[in-house]
Unconditional design. Sequence first.
Length: 139
Amino acid sequence: MRHACAGLLFLCSCIGFNIIPTADDSSGGATDASTSSDSSEAGEAGVTGLECGPDPDTGVTLCVGISSCPNVAVDQDLYPGCGFRIHDGTGVLDLECACYGQICPIGIASTCDQAVALMQDQSQYTVCMQINEGRCTPN
């Protein structure tokens, strides 16, 4: 069982997409994501994704940061292949991970502080384990 968990953790750490890291990642995930505007995607509500990239397996675009929470960034060392998913016109703070060709929820937050709390209470490993519970979507 221990070897299976270690193998799964290794596979989770290999999942990712091309995202440019934030300029300053010394705060453990809460960085100024507005330092770069590479590959941004805008939603109807005026929300802009920062440092966005598509997951190669699902095609879903996830962003390291989001303009409505300029001081919050998804730490790609702790959450590789994870980020904010922008939904046109909703303005929701939707955090997701790309896991084995599926998209799994970290959670939906109402505030920037709640988004930070969601990332502190979980890990990419626990998020990807939701595949076993049927809580992920194969986009």
